[in-house]
Design a binder for this molecule. Structure first.
Ligand SMILES: Nc1ncnc2c1ncn2[C@@H]1O[C@H](COP(=O)(O)OP(=O)(O)OP(=O)(O)O)[C@@H](O)[C@H]1O
Ligand SMILES: [Mg+2]
Length: 288
């Protein structure tokens, strides 16, 4: 389990996430910190530098995105459907490689990190659909124990013991430990998915719409869990949502994406209360 001390709110607020983009129509993102756009830092947990991505021969769906995720920070990515959030998430976790530009994890570009390199575990993803993200044949306990065995070489007994402790922490009761995804609720599956991500001892968790497939009654529980775990574990969080309210609950800073371009970035509360870009304003209006 990661044991970094949690960052104080003040430290997190001062953490720098710089994000700028030059879109194909020549628009430059609005930076809310007096126009100063920070350079990406190789000391950060994750850095995307001028990243552009196109699927096959298609048009670019992520365009010139630069984004720094400092250790322990919480960054939101918002934008309407099709704006490129999941594609950017996939680039951040190394599932996709940038067409141009680079994403570096602890200073190393994903293109140079082999499939079995332990560094791959440093960035974990929590998916939108918790059912399909889990192996249907594995119980909750086995799902998490498998990660301990694979990542830290724990014995089967030790891995099971550690998995029980972690699953208890994320709110999976003893009776649910031996259940497979089909016998768990959506909220329980998402808790197992979060535990599986944490078992890999990551520096960063990228959560792509982690509550949008869940009942409203369960959404707040999962968001609270992510909030608590982030502070307890010191893990950085990238939270993707089309909902600025959800993002503002969990993150200090956020970027707003439109058609693959970052059109605005800054403190999440500022974005919500006084959006500078018309797209951010329309995004807020659409969820009110
Ligand atoms: N595998 C793929 N092949 C080709 N195009 C894709 C693929 N996945 C996504 N796209 C396209 O890339 C663009 C960005 O999609 P993406 O899924 O990243 O958006 P999103 O912001 O996550 O949307 P949503 O809020 O609906 O999840 C869209 O135009 C989409 O159609
Ligand atoms: Mg998506």
């Amino acid at each position: 389990m990661r044991s970094l001390p949690p960052k104080s709110p003040a430290e997190s607020e001062s953490s720098v996430v710089a994000s700028t983009t030059k879109s194909l129509i020549g628009e430059v993102s609005t930076n809310r910190d007096g126009g100063h756009i920070s350079e990406p830092s190789s000391q950060a947990a994750l850095v995307a530098s001028d990243v552009t991505f196109a699927y096959g021969m298609g048009p670019a769906v992520v365009k010139n995105v630069t984004l720094t995720i400092p250790e322990g920070a919480a960054i939101g990515i918002v934008g309407e459907s099709g704006s490129g959030k999941t594609t950017l998430a996939s680039l951040l976790v190394g599932m996709l490689l940038a067409t141009t530009g680079t994403v570096t994890v602890r200073g190393r570009p994903w293109s140079a990190v082999r499939r079995r390199d332990p560094l791959r575990r440093a960035v974990q993803m929590v998916f939108q659909n918790p059912y399909s993200a889990l192996n249907p044949r594995l119980s909750a306990l086995s799902t998490v124990a498998e990660v301990y065995q694979c990542c830290s070489g724990a014995t089967k007994a030790d891995a099971a013991k550690r998995a029980r402790i972690l699953l208890d922490r994320v709110g999976i009761s003893r009776v649910a430990l031996d259940k497979r995804p089909c016998d768990l609720s959506g909220g329980q599956c998402q808790r197992v998915g979060i535990a599986r991500a944490l078992a890999a001892n990551p520096s960063v968790i990228v959560a792509d719409e982690p509550t949008s497939a869940l009942d409203v009654s369960v959404q707040a529980q999962i968001l609270n869990l992510l909030k608590d775990l982030r502070h307890e574990q010191g893990v950085a969080l990238v939270l993707i949502s089309h909902d600025l309210n959800v993002v503002s609950y969990l993150t200090e800073r956020a970027i707003v994406m439109e058609k693959g371009v970052v059109v605005e970035e800054g403190l999440t509360t500022d974005l919500l209360q006084s959006p500078a870009h018309h797209y951010t304003r329309s995004l807020i209006a659409s969820i009110l």
